[in-house]
Design a protein around this ligand. Sequence first.
Ligand SMILES: Nc1ncnc2c1ncn2[C@@H]1O[C@H](COP(=O)(O)OP(=O)(O)OP(=O)(O)O)[C@@H](O)[C@H]1O
Length: 533
Amino acid sequence: VFHLREPSAPWGGGWLWRPGCFPGVPEWRWGSLPPPSHHSPPPGALWICCRVERTNILKRKFLTLLFVKTKWRLCCVSVSYVERCQQHRWRCAAVTFTCPDGGLCQSWVGAIAEQLAAITSRPRRLLIYINPYGGKRQGGRVYEQKVAPLFAQAAISTHVIVTEHANHARDHLRTDAELKKYDGVVCVGGDGMFSEIVHGLIWRTQMDSSLDPNSPDETLTSCSLRIGIIPAGSTDCICFATVGTNDPVTSALHIIVGDSQPMDVCSIHHNNTFLRYSVSLLGYGFYGDVLTDSERKRWMGPVRYDFSGLKMFLTHHYYEGTVSYLPARGVVGTPRDAARCRSGCVVCQHNGPKPSERAEKYETDDCGETIRGKFLAINAASMSCACPRSPKGLSPAAHLADGTTDLILVRKCSRFDFLRHLLRHTNKEDQFDLNFVEVHRVVRFRFMPRHCQSDSDLELDLLENGKRQIFGQICRDHPACGCAPAYSSWNCDGEILTHTAIDVRVHCRLIKLFARGIEEPQVFEDLTNPCAI
Ligand SMILES: Nc1ncnc2c1ncn2[C@@H]1O[C@H](COP(=O)(O)OP(=O)(O)OP(=O)(O)O)[C@@H](O)[C@H]1O
């Protein structure tokens, strides 16, 4: 919060107050009296902007004419601020103050600049990666037209790299990028591009801390640089889940105001070898099969997901295996809660990293649970995975930064029942309230498919002979026809994992985003107060 006092300001200047800043100030106020000295600003108040009664156009013209005629020099101070719009969108707005005294204008500008410089959470230098081929191939245009002008206005210096091939950004971050020069890394693209940044940054941080990412028991070091996502992909789920909308301008403004949203990351290992990191969905069975099938149909465009979804639903494959997991203990919240993870989430704050993480001493035999069975789907949701198509998401009450993931097991059931379960993702009914579905909040889990004697042998065969053939060979339930595969694939945030036997561990708050989580709707819907940030 800041207050500027200039009794001689010709527009009747004095104190500029933000609504709610002090008791009894319900709206923007431009007054001549200072705020009562015994009131201190509320903690965490963030204020760079101002709003005054709008003078009508005629009045403004009259003022201008008056000054011109008397040959006074008319100076302007324009103050930009963020205004909330509907559906979690933010827009940049501005108020212009005019005054004939250049020195006075300068002192206002100086005072505002001083206040802004004092906010250390705002980034000053950003490293930006643009995927020119993401989504509708509009990444470059989106950045140039919508984002770069805002960064320039906010005096943020940028180093822009347009990627030339897949994994360009990841590899650059791992080895070449001079990270000390930057306050954050921004990706312009979709979830795949975000995943590249996450992999590059986490890897680099562990290398700099001399940690071994191949060890599943290693306690990883959190990344200090925040990540910004300018959505320009085809789905942009992570942006939607952390900001509430897929809008490049809104994301740019969250970066400019220096928001910070911690996020859990799952590490996935196979036989003490690191495979990947996951921040949203890990899915075996149905979601793995849909992804595998849709990858073969890229030529169909986005409709391939609907096609493969329908096909896999009709195919109705189930998979046998053993899931062992370590339940989250001593945490508040369950996967069946009605409350959602929102901006300033109390569950995330309560369940944050503990000084002695029990999960780090994972012994399945001692404290883990084991479930054997036939599953249509095994999913681990580290966030709700809400998207425009499934507004509730796969696990509506999952949290972004509570150090857990929701393990959802869908056992073998009829097609009709499975359809009921799937449809409940799109309506108000509880998708977990079915006797063939169970959900557990866990900090670590392992999956071992039945028939899996040596998963690395399987991996080699998969690569050499192609999936269909090996599935035919290992199909023991249908030895005669060889039609039903014994193995599915893991869908890891939209990428296919080549191994089926995996060990997954949640790392609490391993990364931070330039976001603040989805804000409660009432903040947005109260548009009578165009609350500025
Ligand atoms: N210059 C490039 N040429 C080809 N591929 C690239 C390039 N830069 C990045 N990629 C790869 O393209 C993949 C897809 O990109 P991105 O995630 O940006 O878009 P998308 O797939 O359309 O969106 P979404 O992942 O949200 O569905 C990423 O996995 C990334 O590794």
